[in-house]
Design a protein around this ligand. Structure first.
Ligand code: ZN
Length: 500
């Protein structure tokens, strides 16, 4: 058995090496690569992804799994080696369903679409990317069709990022949450708006970077095992256990952008940095689903990073870093500004209360695109109409509307958005649970100490990597995914802020 396990690990690490090389090329494409590199980069990524696909679908992997499975099912469920066999089986079965030529075509197309999007967004030019998006929808449908037997065509695509969830189960949870959010947003918006002008002064980038990196370090991000660079659309990427990078976007006229995207991406990175080091290079060695991943970035960004306790400790330091801008602004005004609720256009700038409404719009629209009930050419109008209905605002340009998110222009249409809101729900559930088990956590946060919370999360979530699926992990920790904790959290926090 040991010999077979070693051989399987060896093959899987070769796959991981190819995937890590792709990740480095992606990271470079999104940070430093000159525009002239786009075409070749698309080809390079297609080659690497073809090689990785060939390796993971190699007959030898299938034979090793078959030989190891009778042994693995006899082991305790959470045994590392047995879990490796189980998780690899799931990946292998999915990979063999998709022809390599399709994967190559898809990746090459995504590179081209992403490149076009980076130019179309600042120019509000939806027409320039519409034919590419049509092809993406077509490819996404073809991808789903490699997994016949679904209830909804989005199900296989949702399953890729949030294993175990389906369009129907997500819709049920979203409907329940929406029922609570709409009246809450109405009640808040009936109150005087918080003044956020203190955030909209000129904050030089260098000062923002230094302060953001200090915060990332404080919550546990290790710059010996990572680095931070600038990009259009911030993300975290893992190359290895010892190299987990974050990216950030700064706006000199808006302090919140760089500050909270840094904490958000550092939250994703803490998850990856906390995975059991022995899993590195194996399918177990990364976060388990996009929803669980987002629960970590949002927990650190919002439950920690937008809390009064957090800023009671860090705000005096922020004032020291930007005395000309903030010396006359007290903590209360700053706290209200960073938690200002408004009906707005941009998802990534949205507050905690309206954020999930932005996600639901995208989720519904991508299901409609996949079903064929919405044509790409009608997407901008449908987008604007949903914003009018749900948030009471209409984008003046597609750059602030349908072009704002990279997702549909860099990957599959379908399955890319639900994880954000599932993550928000889970973040509230996990933070509640952590504070029940370690009642010192709020006081620790207010003293600038994050070890207690960090250790709880490593123990409960991070160290397991992908050993457990999201539903298994959630079952072990909090029973099931629920909207109750997020509703309690939002009502309590924003009820106090807006006196409702
Ligand atoms: Zn995120």
């Amino acid at each position: 058995m040991q010999e077979k396990l070693n051989r399987l690990s060896h093959l899987l690490k070769e796959v991981d090496d190819l995937e890590a090389a792709s990740s480095i090329l992606h990271w470079d494409q999104s940070t430093y690569m000159p525009a002239g590199g786009a075409v070749a980069r698309g080809r390079q990524l297609a080659t690497l992804s073809r090689l990785a696909h060939e390796k993971i679908t190699d007959d030898e992997v299938g034979q090793l799994l078959e030989a190891l499975e009778p042994w693995a099912v006899e082991q305790p469920y959470d045994d590392d080696d047995a879990s490796l066999v189980r998780v690899t089986r799931r990946i292998y079965d999915k990979a063999v369903m998709v022809p390599p030529a399709f994967t190559a075509e898809f990746h090459s197309h995504c590179s081209q679409a992403y490149d076009a999007w980076t130019r179309a967004r600042p120019e509000d030019d939806f027409a320039a990317v519409a034919p590419l998006l049509e092809k993406t929808v077509d490819l996404s449908r073809r991808l789903a069709d490699y997994f016949p037997g679904y209830d909804h065509i989005a199900d296989p695509l949702i399953d890729f990022s949030d294993y175990g969830m389906k369009a129907a189960s997500v819709r049920t949870l979203f409907a329940r949450l929406r029922q609570e959010l709409v009246p809450l947003v109405e009640a808040i918006c009936a109150r005087p708006a918080a003044d956020h002008t203190c955030l909209r002064q000129h904050f030089p980038k260098a000062g923002q970077r230094a302060f953001g990196q200090m915060l990332a370090r404080a919550i546990g991000y290790d710059f010996e095992r990572g680095r931070q660079d600038e990009t259009h659309h911030p993300f975290m990427t893992r190359f290895a256990a010892g190299d987990v990078r974050i990216t950030t976007r700064y706006k000199e006229e808006d302090l919140a952008e760089g500050l909270f995207s840094t904490i958000h991406e550092a939250g994703h990175a803490l998850y990856e940095l906390g995975v059991e080091p022995g899993f590195d290079g194996l399918p177990l060695g990364r976060g388990t689903s996009s929803g669980v991943h987002e629960s970590q970035s949002r927990l650190w960004e919002n439950m920690v990073g937008r809390s009064r306790g957090f800023w009671s400790f860090f705000y005096p330091r922020l004032q020291e870093a930007f005395p000309a801008q903030l010396a006359e602004v007290d903590l209360d005004r700053f706290y209200r500004a960073i938690n200002r609720v408004e009906r707005s256009l941009i998802r990534t700038d949205a507050d905690e209360v309206t954020y999930n409404l932005h996600v639901m719009i995208r989720f519904d629209l991508e299901l409609a695109l996949l079903e064929g009930s919405l044509a790409v050419v009608d997407l901008p109008a449908a987008w604007n109409e949903r914003y009018r209905q749900d948030l009471g605002v209409i984008p003046e340009s597609d750059g602030d509307g349908v072009l704002q998110d990279v997702h549909w222009f860099a990957g599959v249409v379908g399955g890319a958005f639900q994880g954000y809101t599932l993550g928000n729900m889970l973040a509230a559930q996990l933070f509640e649970k952590a504070c029940q088990e370690r009642p010192d956590i709020p006081a620790d946060i207010a003293a600038g100490r994050f070890d207690g919370l960090g250790q709880w999360l490593v123990e409960a979530v991070y160290r397991h990597g992908s050993k457990f699926t999201a539903p298994e992990l959630i079952d072990r920790l909090v029973g099931r995914l629920s909207t109750d904790a997020i509703v309690r959290y939002l009502r309590e926090k924003f009820g106090a802020l807006y006196e409702i």
